[in-house]
Design a protein around this ligand. Sequence first.
Ligand SMILES: NC(=O)c1ccc[n+]([C@@H]2O[C@H](COP(=O)([O-])OP(=O)(O)OC[C@H]3O[C@@H](n4cnc5c(N)ncnc54)[C@H](O)[C@@H]3O)[C@@H](O)[C@H]2O)c1
Length: 251
Amino acid sequence: MRLEGKTAIVTGAGSGIGRATAKEFAREGAKVIVGDIDGPSGEATAADIEKDGGDAHFVKVNVADYESMKNLVNQAVAHFGKLDIMHNNAGINSPPHSVMDMPIDDYQDVVNVNQNGVFYGIKAAAGAMKENGGVIVNTASIYAYIADRNRFAYHASKGAVVSMTKSAALDLARHNIRVTAIAPGLIETEIVSEWKKNPEVWGKIEKAQMRRKAGKPEEVAKLVTFLASDDASFLNAHVHYVDDGAAAFKR
Ligand SMILES: NC(=O)c1ccc[n+]([C@@H]2O[C@H](COP(=O)([O-])OP(=O)(O)OC[C@H]3O[C@@H](n4cnc5c(N)ncnc54)[C@H](O)[C@@H]3O)[C@@H](O)[C@H]2O)c1
């Protein structure tokens, strides 16, 4: 078990990538704090882990609020005694507007969760890890690197996650805290459910993938678990694609 004896927080763990990662962390022996803004889905993830014999505890968090993030980290330390792994994963999609028509409030909502939420998570977790070291894994996106139409706020926020990952890795190296990120491509979760509702739209999207299909949250969770483990002890500051090659070719 690669995470035996470790304590981890996963934000956005009520659904999709976060849920799969929380479960994979637990399977690999970690004690997991399930963080999510949605009570019932977060509780369900924690219950699922416990049912499978793991150790999990749900804490409600709004990652866009630093006080709430600090409470999440404090509760993790209070509950399990320490914090070794932080997966800053919670995120929301961009309302579909071009840059010219983007309402300021909509832009700020996306940045508050996807960008500021990652900053708050790094800052709060680093405070708890500074004596004994640790690992922080941030969820970026291939949309930090390639652009799609009408998703300006999402691109802006995910680009920032890439830069914050590098900067934080450099600042926190002296505390033996590694900071890495992942860049998922199309993954079948709630966040893409609007597209999935329309079979024609979804068919087109899947066809544009290299092997004509979306990824599963569990396929992302395997990468996050590797990055969080000592198997990745010399990996730092970089972003790791998990996109079946989507960001590597012209569509
Ligand atoms: N699914 C994809 O295709 C894809 C691709 C690239 C990147 N991502 C990123 O992966 C991450 C996880 O997304 P997902 O696909 O699993 O989506 P999802 O909608 O299934 O899960 C997101 C979770 O985050 C929670 N959340 C939202 N706002 C929150 C807040 N303010 N505080 C705390 N929790 C909050 C939601 O309640 C939900 O449980 C996001 O950062 C997303 O941008 C997803």
